[in-house]
Design a protein around this ligand. Structure first.
Ligand code: ADE
Length: 232
């Protein structure tokens, strides 16, 4: 079983790659993919660069070129739900694109013909995450994650995303990875640790907490690998 582990930025995958030995480096389509064996699991790891297009390219490359059959995404997000504090973990139950809009043709926000407003994450991976959280005593929230090609640092935009999609957190890659995995029928799991509250202070908070929050998310993903490996 080949498992893909994605992040958007170097800080999001470094804590994972640095724990592996005999890592091989591959260059494909202007990106770098790392492969390694962990227990009985074949891993492919990459950061995509920021945004929906780069993350879709990386997800598709992992599936087509590297034979990925389960996808795990690790990274940071801006909180919408006030229950989420900096460093808290949220696992996406479903994801949407908050910046996809053809409402002029009578369609709802986030929808284009033959697409879906929400793409649902894999239930069994969500259950594995819940088991890991339980065993380790880690608080793991489940919720809706909204994705867009926009760093949100604006209370009004954040409220609009909350009201329109019922989103708990927002980021810039989850839904595009979800669309690619859904199309290829590859079960996926999107985990985010909060780095900011998508408000006026978001830029400063993001810079301050990117590394520590990315590490929390990556460590949780690593614990999920142990669980997946042991269940095999
Ligand atoms: N990722 C982390 N914080 C974010 C924000 N405020 N907007 C978009 N993506 C983010």
């Amino acid at each position: 079983m080949v498992i893909g582990i994605m992040g958007a930025m170097p800080e999001e995958i470094e804590p994972i790659v640095s724990k592996l030995s005999n890592v091989k480096r591959h260059e494909v389509a202007d990106n770098i993919y790392y492969t390694a064996l962990y227990g009985s699991l074949d891993l492919v790891i990459a950061y995509s660069k920021i945004g929906k297009v780069f993350s879709a390219l990386t997800a598709a490359t992992m599936i087509e070129r590297f034979g990925v059959r389960k996808m795990l995404f690790s990274g940071v997000a801006g909180a919408i739900n006030p229950e989420l504090a900096i460093g808290d973990l949220i696992a996406a139950t479903k994801l949407c694109q908050h910046d996809l809009e053809i409402t002029a043709f009578g369609h709802p926000y986030g929808y284009v013909p033959e697409g879906k407003v929400f793409v649902e994450a894999d239930r069994s991976l969500l259950e594995i995450a819940a088991a890991v959280a339980g065993k380790k005593g880690i608080k793991l929230k489940r919720g809706i994650v909204a994705t867009g090609d926009q760093f949100v640092a604006d209370e009004e935009r954040k409220r609009w995303i909350e009201e329109t999609f019922g989103a708990d957190a927002l980021e810039m890659e989850g839904a595009s990875v979800a669309v690619v995995c859904d199309a290829w029928r590859v079960p996926f799991f999107i985990l985010r640790a909060i780095s900011d509250a998508a408000d006026m202070d978001a830029g400063f908070d993001f810079d301050t907490f990117l590394e520590s929050s990315a590490k929390k998310s990556a460590e949780f993903i690593f614990a999920m690998l142990d669980e997946i490996d042991q269940a095999k």
